[in-house]
Design a protein around this ligand. Sequence first.
Ligand SMILES: [Zn+2]
Length: 315
Amino acid sequence: MKYLAAAMIGLLATAVSASQNIPDKYPQSVLYSKPVEVIPHVFSSIGATGPGTYENSGHNNNLSFIVTDQGVVVFNSGANSQLASALHDEIRKVTDQPVVLVINENGQGHAMLGNGYWRDQGVDILAHVDAIAKTRENAGFTLQRMQDRQLEKAAGSRVEHANLSFETRYDISLGGVDMQVLYLGPAHSPGDIQLWIPQWDMMVTGDLTFHERMPPVFPETCTKCWLETWEEKLEPLAPTYIIPGHGHPTNLAQVRRYTRDYIVDLRAKVGAHIEDGGDLAGAYYVDQSNWSHVDTFKELATRNAGQVYEEMEWE
Ligand SMILES: [Zn+2]
């Protein structure tokens, strides 16, 4: 009995914790995990909190959908067509309503390389103008890299740009649910957007927020702008429920710790290093031990520090 209880606790712990060491949580599907209903009518298939791999089929971000009486809105098409198709299978299990719109959180491969599947179903795809500019520039390369990693799982995927675009806000009213697709400002990647549902106090934030894993800082990331967008635009909206770009659904306090506080800390460390006359080579090794427990620390910590140094050098 004691062993059974312990085993059950073990099962529960596995079901709710994120770890990049768990290769797959849903062997019956190419999806990394089975979608969960986060709040009524809002579902999310939570991706791996590590890098995209063959084992996780490139599903290392969150693929969400909102069910209404007049159709379904999908947030992210996923890293390939097979993930898009598998998500569609899951949508069909919970509703007969058709998918009427797919939103790409930004121009990254795992946000948009499943677009071809949805366009073949006749579904419109919405993205920010800056995200579309980015996919026009380098989606060919992104597709190639995904194909090299996913092998036969990449079959059927192609580059398909969003056919609808917006700059600051795009309103959707569907089955009595008012949704706002927002561009709150620059954050992690060009054209990062959010899906805000005020009546449910819920935001699908895309890569504005990260949870349980380290946020990556790219050459095109402005960490100073990311913090400004956070303070000036996200905090005043104060959503109760958050589906982050990566990691389990949570609340604002938690993503503030793992995204904003991390960036503030890294900028403070790199800033002090610059004040002391430190160079780029030394910047890689500023102390980030506070964050060593989060996923992708090994892959990203030193790289992030170097990027922040190059950004702050000019401030
Ligand atoms: Zn992402």
